[in-house]
Design a protein around this ligand. Structure first.
Ligand code: SF4
Ligand code: SF4
Length: 437
C-alpha cells in the first residue's frame, strides 16, 4: 500500500503557509505532537479563515492522516479565539485525540515558535525546528492538500485572498501560475490607478509593481495598496537609504528589541544591537550581526516598534547575509527562558492595523466559489525549499490538467510540479514552464 508520505510526495504538496517546505518529509517523520496552524495573523489576509469555514472536513481529514502517519499521540489545532464560526466548524470534526489551541488576536500568533509554545509549552531550540522537540506543524491549506493527495489529486490550485484597494476583497482558488493581473481582476480590479502589490502580506511579504508576476503554491494572498500609501512609501526606498538613515538616527532606545516576539520568547535576538553594526562597520559588525541570527523576519520591529520609523528588520536581514558570507554561525549559549513580561507586550492585531494605516481596508474577504478562467499560466520550477524541479515536457506538447510537468531530481529535496490547466506548453526556461489554453 502506498504510504501517505509517498502520496504527498507524488502530489507535490509543500507548506502552503509561506515557507514551502516539501510536506512529504514531515509526513514521513515520527513525532509526539502534530499541530495545525490556522492562526493566520498577517493583516488583511483571511484565506485560512475562509478555507477552515468552508472545508473543515477536508482539513481535519488531512490532520488525522498526519497524526496517524507520524504515530503522534496528540494533535493540537491552533485557531484564534475570536473566530467563533471557524471554531464551531472545526470542532465538529475533531476526534478525541486532538484539541483546539485557542489563540489571542495578536501578531505574530501564527509564528511556529509561538504556536508550538502556546500548544505544548515546549520551546524550539535556538535555530532549531519543531521536529527537534517532537512536533510537526502544518498550515491548514497544506492539510487540505494532504487530503486531496490521498485521492491522488495533485496541487494545481492555490487558495488566495485578494484584499486592500480592490473592488471585491475575496478569497478563491486559482490555478498555480496565474498572473497577479488575472487574480486582481477576478477580485473586481484595483480601485486605484497607481498601486503596488504586497505578495503574501504587508508584514512579511514582498512589494512588487509587476502584475505579470504569478501565484505559486506558497502565495497566501495579494494586498493591493495605492502607490502613495504609507507602507508603499516605506517599503519602496532603496536599500542603502534604510541603512543610511538607521546609521544616523538610531538612538538605541531598544524598543525594537523589547517588542521582538522571539526576544520575548527567550531567544537571543536583539535588533537594537544589530543596528549598531550599521555605524561601526569596521569595528564590531561581526559581533553585533550575530544578534540577528534568530530573527524570523516578522517585521514588527520595523513596522510597529521603532518610534523613528527605522529599519531594524532590514538590518537583521542584511546581518544574516553578511554572517553567512563570513561563515559565522551564532550559537545561543544562554538557556531559552520566556521573558516575564511577554504576555503584556503582545501586539494586538487591531492596534497593528491602525499603526499601518490599514483600517479602511480591514474588511472580510469571503470565499468566492466561482471558477476563474485564465488563458495562460507560468508555472515556476522552484516553489518550495530545495532544488528546482526538472521539466519532463517539451515545448509544443499538449498537456492535461494535473499531469506532472517537472520532477524532483532523485535524492534531492524538492517537489513535483503539475500542469494547473490543460493546454499547450509554449515556453520552457530554467525558471518556469508556460502553458496556454
Ligand atoms: S527602536 Fe528604532 S531607534 Fe530604537 S533602537 Fe531600535 S532601531 Fe534604534
Ligand atoms: S523582524 Fe524584528 S521583531 Fe521580528 S523577529 Fe526579527 S528582530 Fe524580532
Amino acid at each position: 500500500m502506498t504510504s501517505l508520505s509517498e502520496k504527498v510526495f507524488k502530489a507535490g504538496v509543500v507548506g502552503a503557509g509561506g515557507a514551502g517546505f516539501p510536506a512529504h518529509v514531515k509526513a514521513n517523520s515520527k513525532v509526539e505532537f502534530v499541530l495545525a496552524n490556522g492562526a493566520e495573523c498577517e493583516p488583511l489576509i483571511h484565506k485560512d479563515y475562509e478555507l477552515m469555514l468552508h472545508f473543515p472536513e477536508e482539513i481535519i481529514r488531512g490532520f488525522n492522516l498526519l497524526i496517524e502517519s507520524t504515530s503522534a499521540k496528540k494533535g493540537y489545532f491552533g485557531i484564534k479565539e475570536k473566530n467563533v464560526k471557524v471554531i464551531s466548524a472545526i470542532s465538529k470534526h475533531l476526534n478525541g485525540k486532538s484539541e483546539l489551541t485557542k489563540l489571542g488576536d495578536f501578531y505574530p500568533s501564527g509564528d511556529e515558535f509561538e504556536l508550538v509554545y502556546e500548544a505544548t509549552g515546549r520551546l524550539i531550540p535556538p535555530a532549531g525546528i519543531p521536529l527537534d522537540i517532537g512536533c510537526v506543524v502544518n498550515n491548514v491549506e497544506t492539510l487540505y492538500n494532504t487530503t486531496l493527495s490521498e485521492n491522488d489529486i495533485p496541487v494545481t490550485k492555490k487558495f488566495i485572498c485578494v484584499a486592500g484597494a480592490v473592488k471585491t476583497p475575496s478569497s478563491f482558488f486559482v490555478p498555480v501560475g496565474t498572473s497577479f493581473k488575472d487574480a486582481i481582476n477576478f477580485a473586481g480590479g484595483s480601485k486605484e490607478k497607481e498601486f503596488g502589490v504586497f505578495i503574501g502580506g504587508v508584514m512579511m511579504g514582498k512589494l512588487t509593481f509587476d502584475l505579470d508576476d504569478v501565484i505559486t503554491k506558497t502565495t497566501a494572498g495579494l494586498i493591493i495598496l495605492p502607490k502613495d500609501h504609507y507602507l508603499i512609501k516605506r517599503k519602496n526606498q532603496p536599500e542603502q537609504n534604510w541603512h543610511r538613515i538607521g546609521k544616523s538616527a538610531c538612538d538605541q532606545c531598544s524598543y525594537c528589541t523589547e517588542f521582538c516576539p522571539r526576544y520575548l520568547l527567550g531567544y537571543q535576538i536583539e535588533p537594537h544591537k544589530v543596528m549598531r553594526s550599521l555605524g561601526f562597520t569596521k569595528t564590531g559588525a561581526s559581533v553585533w550581526n550575530q544578534m540577528a541570527e534568530l530573527c524570523c523576519s516578522c517585521g514588527l520591529c520595523t513596522l510597529y516598534a521603532c518610534p523613528e520609523d527605522l529599519y531594524p528588520k532590514e538590518a537583521c536581514d542584511k546581518a544574516k547575509v553578511e554572517m553567512k558570507e563570513a561563515g559565522i554561525k551564532f550559537i545561543q549559549r544562554k538557556p531559552v527562558k520566556v521573558h516575564p513580561i511577554k504576555d503584556g507586550r503582545r501586539v494586538p492585531l487591531k492596534q497593528l492595523i491602525m499603526k499601518l494605516k490599514l483600517q479602511k481596508y480591514d474588511v472580510e474577504a469571503p470565499f468566492n466559489p466561482k471558477e476563474i478562467k485564465v488563458e495562460s499560466v507560468q508555472i515556476p520550477l522552484l516553489q518550495h525549499i530545495g532544488n528546482p524541479s526538472t521539466p519532463i515536457v517539451k515545448k509544443g506538447e499538449v498537456v492535461k490538467e494535473e499531469q506532472v510537468i517537472a520532477e524532483v531530481v532523485e535524492g534531492i529535496l524538492g517537489a513535483n510540479v503539475h500542469a494547473s490547466i490543460k493546454g499547450k506548453v509554449t515556453n520552457i526556461t530554467d525558471k518556469f514552464i508556460t502553458i496556454e489554453t
